[in-house]
Each structure stands twice: as C-alpha cells, then as structure tokens.
Design a protein around this ligand. Structure first.
Ligand SMILES: *[C@@H]1O[C@H](CO)[C@@H](O)[C@H](O)[C@H]1NC(C)=O
Ligand SMILES: *[C@@H]1O[C@H](CO)[C@@H](O)[C@H](O)[C@H]1NC(C)=O
Ligand SMILES: *[C@@H]1O[C@H](CO)[C@@H](O)[C@H](O)[C@H]1NC(C)=O
Length: 410
C-alpha cells in the first residue's frame, strides 16, 4: 500500500514539476515604478508621551494595573487588547504568528534569565492567559525554553524591531520572529523593566543553530564577504561553492535578506563595517575600528547569519532594529550587492503603492505600539521613510535590469 504511485499520479507529479520549473524561469522585467519627490526625514521613533507624565498617547487609560489583574480580571481591557489578534487579523499573519503574538502580548511572566553576554536583554518564560498550569518548576527553564513559550525582552529603544516584524509579514518574507510591544508589570522583573516604558518582546526560537566557537556564536555558519559574493554569482563555476559555508542556504534567502535590510537599513549582517556609506564618527563601526577594514575586503565577514535546526535552508532574521533615521542620501546600497533577483510577491507589494496602508493595517493589531506612537498619524512619517526607500529600491531594480522570482522552492 502506497509503495508505488499509479501511473496517473506519477503523471500528475511530473506535470506539477514542469509547472514549477516554468514558474522558476526569470520573468521579464516589469514596468517602471513611479517615483514621488523626496520629502524631509521624519522625527525619531519614540513614544509620543512618557507614561509617567500621565500622557499615554490618548491620555484616557487608567494607570497600569498589576499584570495578573489586567489579564485575568479586567475583561474589557483584555478583549480590546486581543481584538485585532483574534477577529480581524490581516491575512499575512499565520495562525501560529497570532498565537505567538498573543502569548508575547498577554502571557504571564513566570521566570526570567539573563542572556550571557547580552546585558541589555532578558529572556522570560511565559504562560498563556487562562493556562491552568500552575507555578513553574525551576527545572522547566533548564529545558531552555524548548517548548517555545519564551520571549526576549529588549530595550525600549529597540521598538523598531516590532515594526520590522510587521514589514516582514506584510511583504510575505516570513523570516522574522514574532514581536510585540508591551509594558511589563511582573514583580519578577527588575524595575527598569516595569517602570512603565514600552519594550519590544521577541519570540525566542528554541532551535537557532549556533556555531560551537564561543567567539562566533552569533552565526550558524562562517561566511566571508568575498565568499558570499562568490556564492551569489550567477552560473558560478567554482565547484567549491557547492560545499562552502552556508551553502545549504539557497539564493532566494539572500535576496529576501537584502531587500529587508535595505528597507530597514540594517547593516549589522551584511555590512557590519559600514563600508557602504560614510558613517558618523560616533557609529559603533567607527568606534570599534571596523570601518577601516573596508580597505581590505578579504577581512570582512557577515554576522548574524542564522538558521534554525528545524529549517537549515531558511535564514532567520533577528536583531532587526534598523535605522529609521538613516539619511536618504546615504542609503547603503552595498546591502544589495550581488543580488540579481528579488521575491516577486514582496516587489509587487512595494510597487502596489499600498505599502503604507498595509503596514498601518498590520501595526493596528499591536494595540500597545499603535497607541504609544500616536496611531496612524504618529506612525505616518516612519512609514513614509520606508515607502521612500522602497521606491528607491524599485528604481535600483529597474536601473540594474534585475528580475524577480516566484516564492516557490526554487
Ligand atoms: C512562515 O515560516 C514558518 C517557519 O518559520 C512556517 O511554519 C510558516 O508556515 C510560514 N508561514 C507562511 C505563511 O509561509
Ligand atoms: C525605564 O527604564 C528604562 C531603562 O533603564 C529607561 O530607558 C526608561 O527611560 C525608563 N522609563 C521611564 C518612564 O522612566
Ligand atoms: C539594462 O538594459 C538596457 C537595455 O537592454 C541596457 O541599455 C542597459 O545598459 C542595462 N543596464 C545595466 C546596468 O545592465
């Protein structure tokens, strides 16, 4: 039973494969995008009002209650918080996304751990509201959050990561980990986490693959810039490229990464050295004397190139804070270097002229973030920045005769 498919089924498989192959052919270049005139850069990404001054965005909410009261005994607030996440969630969130976002936004903090060498973040274990499982035995943390019920609380200044998550989903890239904004009240957390500031909390992927090397555990594989460029080259002839580092990661992954990082101007992964723009002397890449290495490309390496053990051929985008203030005249085009094709669905969304409205629809799901930023009006300048970068990217794609590829397993 089920050993050998009957002939019609085999034919069907053949047909499907043929169709897939056709879908994988590079499509013809599309028509040009429309480029609106540039406008001045937006203000900083921050809370519009300090919660301690009583001025939450709309100033109507009562002071924060202890978390367990908010969640368990204040149904109106609970309902409102979950409204978007339950009923009207946009289609780009999977049910798994929604479940994780709910856990991150409402889950009760049951334990915390410092993350070695990352003083600014705290890993917390969460239990879903209504989860009858009582107190957690200390042993469960040693399980290393393997049950997928942990999150990483980052600094208030990392809130931009939440926007990055929404951008990832709106564009259909699906390589970022779920993230929400939240005000914490748990007595288990240090005061700087419960002082009323909004912080991002990112779902903790239990199976990120890290190199054994303690000095290089921020990567799943070691990849030098020159190796990376070689790997991207079309019709590469060097057989060595096939079994080189990160060779299990298909080209399309790098295209997704480049597109995402360009829109956010994240340079930590592909251009940690700021070789693609003139950095300010106060930039870490200058202070840490990385920038001077740009003179010797053989020394440059990629950082934060990560995959999950459960999915070794997909990149995972973490630490997506990005640079909302990065000046438009100084955009880092080195992030796009070597990429000759971009995911079709993402490019179509950028081209649709609807990026801002889709992002607004998406961000509305995160009630805390939405209110803290002053809603659509407050978010607009930031979204305009991303949209302008998107148009610049479209123009770049056009000017360099780059193609798009369908998001099939090509
Ligand atoms: C997104 O990726 C996750 C794994 O990272 C996968 O389980 C999920 O099905 C993907 N969602 C979509 C819509 O492709
Ligand atoms: C709360 O503490 C964080 C971290 O120390 C700090 O950045 C933030 O400004 C504080 N927020 C308030 C409202 O005091
Ligand atoms: C793109 O294609 C056009 C027309 O075929 C050609 O004139 C132009 O040089 C190409 N540009 C690049 C950057 O390859």
């Amino acid at each position: 039973m089920g050993m050998k498919p009957p002939a019609p089924m085999a034919l069907g498989v053949l047909l499907a494969l043929t169709l897939l192959a056709i879908a994988c052919l590079p499509p013809s270049p599309d028509q040009s995008p429309h480029l609106p005139p540039a406008s001045p850069p937006p203000g900083p990404w921050q809370e519009v009002a300090s919660p301690l001054s009583g001025g939450r965005a709309h100033g109507k909410r009562p002071p924060a209650l202890p978390a367990h009261l908010q969640q368990d005994q204040q149904p109106s607030r609970g309902r409102r918080q979950r409204r978007g996440v339950d009923g009207e969630a946009p289609p780009w969130f999977s049910s798994d996304d929604l479940q994780k976002m709910r856990l991150l936004a409402n889950g009760r903090v049951v334990s915390k751990t410092r993350v070695p060498a990352h003083g600014q973040v705290l890993r917390v274990e969460l239990r879903a509201v209504g989860d009858v499982e009582g107190d957690i035995s200390p042993a469960s943390l040693e399980e290393d959050c393997r049950d997928g019920r942990c999150g990483l609380i980052k600094r208030p200044g990392d809130l931009y990561e939440v926007l990055a998550f929404h951008l990832d989903r709106v564009l259909g890239l699906n390589r970022s980990l779920p993230a929400v904004a939240r005000r914490f009240t748990s007595h288990l957390l240090p005061y700087s986490y419960t002082n009323g500031s909004l912080r991002p909390i990112i779902w903790w992927a239990p199976d990120l693959q890290h190199l054994e090397d303690a000095n290089n555990d921020q990567n799943s594989c070691v990849l030098r810039w020159l190796q990376y460029q070689e790997m991207l080259r079309p019709h590469r002839s060097t057989p060595a490229a096939g079994d080189g580092p990160c060779s299990s990661i298909p080209r399309g992954e790098w295209s997704r990464l480049a597109l995402f990082d360009f829109l956010l101007q994240v340079h930590d992964r592909l251009d940690r050295y700021c070789c693609g723009f003139q950095p300010d002397p106060s930039e870490p890449c200058v202070e840490e004397r990385l920038h001077e290495k740009c003179r010797n490309p053989a020394e440059l390496v990629l950082v934060h190139i990560l995959v999950r053990k459960s999915s070794p051929s997909r990149l995972v985008f973490i630490d997506n804070a990005g640079r909302p203030q990065h000046p438009e005249e100084e955009l880092n085009f080195r992030l796009l270097q070597g990429i000759d094709s971009f995911p079709a669905a993402a490019v179509a969304t950028l081209r649709s002229g609807r990026l801002q409205s889709l992002l607004l629809e998406s961000l509305r799901v995160d009630q805390e973030l939405w209110e803290s930023q002053g809603g659509a009006k407050g978010l607009r300048p930031l979204l305009q920045t991303i949209d302008r970068r998107a148009r610049i990217l479209l123009r770049y794609i056009q000017e360099h005769n780059l193609t798009v590829f369908e998001d099939s397993p090509c």
